[in-house]
Write a protein that binds this ligand. Structure first.
Ligand code: HPA
Length: 275
């Protein structure tokens, strides 16, 4: 058997044993500083990544390492409290392993969130941005022999983020009085933040926000035909001017994400209620 498939099956089998018959309909990935959403999941079961055979453990600031299973918006969900980033040194196969495990458990939707830097000058700290498309500057997680049982060799990417879920989010956010931006997320490897020239370059090629995650997870979900909803919390703004009094800082990113987490959490709950 393909060792990659074996690894997924062993990990998924272990999580399934923990679930004792619970069947999550939605997977949720909680980005830097956004792990608090997990606190409002009811009837919680906590599965530490370190207890799952072959699982990578997140070392990133603001990331815990657990699956949290329980009820959110009246549905059974499985949330990743902490994700794995390519910059941590894990191979792409490990970065997307938790997503493939959730797919193996039968999720019907994937909700992804992240902390991102504003590239567009229209985005400000604390803004919530619906990800309507992405640009991938990380290695593609589907490189290598295709896993035919997961999806096709050349998956379509015409609608990477589900138009119906975007429409639903826009309508619900209107009712809830939450203002949403929409934009293109660019995923790069990090871990260094962008230079002024890179901010300009990314803006020129059509990015609105930049981060170091998410895109590989979305590619793997779309490969398997899972509809995806993505949201960025803007935690810092583009500085193209060699400002003397500014620097990007990981702790500030986590603080800004924490501050916006409540708005995002409420929106995710409503969305899940309505899927
Ligand atoms: N760049 C890359 N990743 C990020 C940023 C950023 O400015 N902010 C939060 N994650």
């Amino acid at each position: 058997m393909d060792p990659r498939i074996e690894k997924i099956q062993i990990a998924a089998g272990c999580v399934k044993d923990w679930l004792k018959g619970r069947r999550p309909v939605a997977g949720i990935v909680l980005g830097s500083g956004l792990g608090k959403l997990a606190d409002v999941i009811e009837d919680q079961l906590v599965i530490p990544y370190r207890d799952i055979p072959g699982f990578p453990v997140s070392t990133a600031v603001g990331h815990k390492g657990n699956f949290i299973v329980g009820k959110l918006g009246g549905k059974t969900v499985i949330a990743m409290q902490g994700r794995i980033h390519y910059y941590e040194g894990y191979g792409m196969e490990n970065v997307v392993l938790p997503i493939r495990v959730m797919i193996g458990l039968g999720i019907k939707y994937l909700f992804v969130s992240n902390a991102a830097g504003g590239v567009s000058f229209k985005l400000h700290v604390g803004d919530l941005m619906i990800i309507k498309d992405h640009i991938n500057l990380l290695p593609n997680p589907l490189i290598g022999p295709n896993m035919e049982d997961e999806g096709p060799r050349f998956p379509d990417m015409t609608r990477p983020y589900d138009p119906a879920l975007i429409k639903l989010a826009l309508s619900l956010s209107g009712e809830m009085g939450i203002e949403l931006q929409q934009g293109v997320y660019l995923g790069d490897t990090g871990p260094s933040y962008e230079t002024p020239a890179e901010y300009k370059f990314y803006r020129t090629i059509g990015a609105d926000a930049v981060g170091m995650s998410t895109v590989p997870e979305v590619i793997v979900a779309r490969h398997a035909g899972i509809p995806v909803f993505g949201m960025s919390v803007i935690t810092n703004e583009a500085h193209d001017d060699y400002a003397e009094d500014y620097q990007n800082d990981g702790e500030d990113v986590v603080k800004a994400a924490n501050a916006a987490a409540v708005k995002m959490t409420n929106l995710f709950i409503k969305l899940i209620e309505n899927i």
